[in-house]
Design a protein around this ligand. Structure first.
Ligand code: SAH
Length: 242
């Protein structure tokens, strides 16, 4: 069968939020045909390496000799991150100029707060042809796993990320509809007091589709949780998330 993917092309491939069952057929095909597959990983303070993307890739039954790791610093260290991206891009560009097909993967959808955004920028500056392969964003998977329609009729859906204070969430809720807060760990210390004080119904979702998945709409259940990086909140003042 003729290859679907082209030489010298950069593919930003969405893997979905964790469950390999949410990797699309198109993503799987691109991954099978790519010459190299680049996945993001973070190095923890104790030196161990964590990569949800790799955990998903390992379930896709691919030739692991094509795997390449991009070690990203924690998200707020912008300068260091930008150096890593520049370096990673220079390695990718060498391969692209040799006509190789590169797949860079990301958790969730590649267009939603994705680790691949800077690489797409580099590719477009270098005039390299790019394709983005759509995937399931974490908040969509969370709503489905909890059996909650996120929005209906003419509801508004607002997606926030890495907010500095609950005021931002309040402002969005005042506009009406459903509000999703991604990168929720920035609100770690304020979350429970805020939920207690506000009349907001919510779904808290942690590690959806991954080992350790946890979801609740009860404040008591999150009182002692650490609110890790892979957590999000879906909330509304019209009662839908109860
Ligand atoms: N591209 C991703 C989002 C990356 S930003 C997407 O489309 O979903 C990272 C944030 O996404 C995390 O801080 C968390 O809020 C959310 N996230 C990603 N995967 C998740 C999962 N499996 N469970 C819960 N939240 C997740």
């Amino acid at each position: 069968m003729k290859n679907m993917i082209q030489p010298g092309q950069f593919y930003a491939v969405s893997l979905g939020p964790g469950d390999p069952g949410l990797v699309t057929l198109r993503a799987q095909r691109i991954l099978e045909e790519a010459d190299t597959i680049w996945y993001p990983a973070t190095v923890q303070p104790d030196g161990s390496v964590q990569s949800v993307a790799l955990d998903i890739l390992l379930e896709c039954r691919l030739d692991e000799t094509r795997f390449r790791r991009m070690e990203l610093p924690m998200s707020r260290q912008r300068q260091r991150a930008s150096k890593v991206y520049d370096h990673t891009w220079s390695l990718m560009l060498e391969e692209l100029l040799e006509g190789k097909r590169i797949a860079a993967v990301t958790v969730g959808d590649a267009g939603m707060y994705s680790t691949l955004t800077p690489l797409l920028g580099h590719a477009s500056e270098a005039g390299i042809s790019c394709s983005m392969i759509a995937g399931v964003p974490a908040f969509i998977a969370a709503g489905a796993a909890a059996g909650i329609p996120l929005v209906c009729h003419s509801d508004r859906l607002t997606v926030l990320a890495m907010v500095d204070s609950t005021d931002e969430v309040d402002r969005a809720l005042e506009e009406g509809g459903t509000v999703v807060v991604m990168k929720l760990s920035t609100l770690r210390h304020d979350l429970v007091p805020w939920l207690e004080a506000s009349s907001t119904s919510f779904l808290y979702a942690e590690k959806v589709g991954m080992k350790g998945e946890f979801m609740t709409s009860d404040i008591e259940d999150i009182r002692n949780r650490s609110i890790p990086y892979f957590s999000l909140l879906v909330c509304s003042r019209n009662g839908r998330q109860q």
